[in-house]
Design a protein around this ligand. Structure first.
Ligand code: SER
Length: 584
């Protein structure tokens, strides 16, 4: 039995219900690009909503973290990973959580107790030291010398800055070395690796900076499958664990190169294609693009191709397809969408490869020209930006190319320029906060405004209680999820279309007002996930028909939009409908 199954069986035996993995792209939360932790799709329930499966849940969740993308290539970093998690929603708390983690590790995974050590929260102005957890660990046989009290940087999740559900945690470490196990645990000694994190999520960090008690005391635990697998198999390189064996073998075959001599490039190809497979197989329909999830997907594929080139793989061969098929075979048992959407995945990889091949040749020529004329071995931000903007070079590719020639890139300057260009908002360790819908092409801007009109029209035609549950915009179309208990009738769809087109024809001005969040809500402005917005917000008003909190950008007048047409109306999830629409 593999670890996923053992884990789920164990928690089911403790009264938990298994919930399916949510898609990698959050369905109803536009504030992050991807689910970055098992708890992400559960935020509404951690905040107090009741979950249809009850108060004890467990799962394995597909996660994507992109903040460390450039670190991928070493032994431990992955873009896509799976997180084993169990949750108590106001049910059990510290005692059961710690006891069960201990039982699972020592009795079911057979980890000797000597190899375990833990950290607990040492306390701050808000919460006192977690001596309760320390006592529970002691009662289970963990000696005092193996319990370290650490501060909020280590034992508070997610961190003190981010708003939302949070709390102190206790982290479990494993001694991953053949050396003699030290009597005393030193969390700074990297032979000890963290394997499991149990968060006692009992606070809400509010946007005004205060912490308040959540309606219930929750537990949120997370254990990375890649790491625990490597630990149990006794390998110090995650990519040498059984999770990766067949994938690495396929890359060795298509490249005719050995892993040992080409670790970095092979890890990057393995990791990036695996993540690209999962992103493109997601039902959200992400395609490579220059914004948001699409840009991450593009970067992953392009970087994998670049490293395939480094291994002298013939880029025009079907090497990417072979690797993707191995990945699909490995995972389809757990994630059936990989099989269902196999053709989509292969098509995404292939078309992006063809596109990049054209750009790559032109861009490389331009790069060579550029570096002949640069001063002080420095590539300035404008040149780096030109490579990005005109030739589609992700900055990371430019850096790699430049580094190979001992040239430094003004990355900071590039990022500033990029940021101004993209209107990106602040990033965080959990994900990317975006005030509403981000994006910057002219057509995307139009779609943003059309999204607000659609939201308003649905309220008039269908029901005033219709609310936005998610949205996604590409150059080609808009997608809008909303709460609604029925399939829209043809008449409703037509009336919605007609109303949006009427407002477009009326030439309504789109105005932007900055105001406090409180005032915005009082004025009746529409908004999703209010707690995720900063204190001062932007409200976009369209004539008198719509008022919404949003980061923009938007057109100046609705007459810029053209003709609005609904192309599809379908179920998204229970109680949520999805409309796909275009502007012609
Ligand atoms: N949310 C915590 C983490 O990601 C525990 O699941 O580490």
């Amino acid at each position: 039995m593999n670890i996923r199954e053992k884990y789920i069986d164990f928690f089911i035996s403790k009264g938990h219900k298994q919930i399916p993995s949510a898609p990698v792209v959050p369905e109803n939360d536009p504030s992050v690009l991807f689910n970055t932790a098992g708890m992400q799709p559960l935020i509404p329930y951690l905040m107090g909503e009741s979950h249809p499966f009850g108060t004890r849940l467990c799962d394995y969740q597909k996660c994507i973290r992109t903040n460390d993308l450039d670190e991928v290539g070493d032994k431990t970093h992955h873009t896509f990973f799976e997180m084993l998690g169990n949750w108590s929603l106001g049910d059990y708390f510290k005692k059961e959580s710690i006891t069960w983690s201990f039982e699972f590790l020592t009795k079911h995974l057979n980890i000797p107790i000597e190899r375990l050590a833990v950290t607990v929260f040492k306390g701050n102005d808000i919460v006192k030291a977690d001596t309760e957890s320390a006592e529970i660990w002691k009662s289970l046989g963990i000696p005092e010398d193996k319990i370290a009290f650490l501060g909020e940087d280590d034992n508070w999740w997610p961190n003190m800055e981010l708003t939302g559900p949070c709390g102190p945690d206790t982290e479990i470490f494993y001694f991953r070395s053949k050396d003699e196990i030290p009597e005393k645990f030193d969390p700074e000694d990297d032979r000890w690796v963290e394997i499991w994190n149990n968060v006692f999520m009992q606070y809400s960090h509010n946007t005004d900076g205060t912490f308040s008690d959540l309606p219930r005391k929750n537990v949120d635990t997370g254990m990375g499958l890649e790491r625990i697998t490597a630990v149990l198999e006794g390998v110090d390189d995650n990519y040498k664990s059984s999770l990766w064996t067949n994938i690495i073998k396929t890359i060795e075959e298509v490249s005719n190169k050995k892993y040992e001599e080409n670790e970095v490039s092979i890890r990057i190809i393995a990791d990036h294609i695996r993540a690209a497979v999962f992103i493109s197989a997601d039902n959200s329909g992400i395609k490579p693009s220059n914004t948001d999830q699409g840009y991450i997907l593009r970067r992953l594929i392009r970087r994998a191709i670049r490293h395939a080139k480094k291994l002298d793989i013939d880029i025009n061969s079907d090497f990417d397809e072979k690797i993707a098929l191995t990945i699909i075979n490995e995972y389809k048992k757990y994630y059936s969408e990989l099989e269902t959407n196999k053709d989509v995945v292969l098509d995404v990889l292939k078309s992006e490869k063809v596109k990049f091949n054209k750009t790559l040749e032109k861009g490389l020529k331009e790069f060579e020209k550029m570096i002949k004329n640069i001063a002080n071995n420095k590539l300035n931000k404008d040149l780096a930006f030109k490579l990005y903007d005109t030739y589609g070079f992700p900055i990371e590719l430019t850096i790699e190319l430049a580094n190979e020639r001992g040239i430094e890139v003004d990355v900071k300057g590039f990022r500033e320029k990029f940021k101004a260009h993209q209107e990106l908002s602040r990033t965080s360790s959990v994900g990317k906060f975006k005030g509403g819908l981000s994006g910057n092409s002219e057509i995307e801007t139009k779609y943003h405004t059309a999204t607000h009109l659609l939201n308003a029209a649905l309220k008039v035609v269908v029901n005033k209680d219709v609310h936005q549950k998610g949205s996604n915009i590409t150059d080609e179309r808009m997608r809008f999820d909303f709460s609604c208990d029925h399939k829209l009738t043809d008449e409703e769809k037509k009336n919605v279309e007609d109303l949006v087109n009427k407002w477009i024809k009326e030439g309504l001005d789109v105005t932007k007002i900055e105001m406090s969040k409180e005032d915005a809500i009082k004025s009746g402005a529409e908004c999703m996930f209010i707690e995720k917005y900063p204190d001062m917000v932007m409200v976009y008003k369209i004539g008198d028909v719509s008022k919404e909190l949003c980061g923009g950008p938007h057109v100046k007048n609705t007459n810029e939009l053209g003709h609005f047409k609904i192309v599809k109306e379908e179920a998204s999830s229970s109680g949520v409908r999805r409309i796909k629409a275009i502007l012609e």
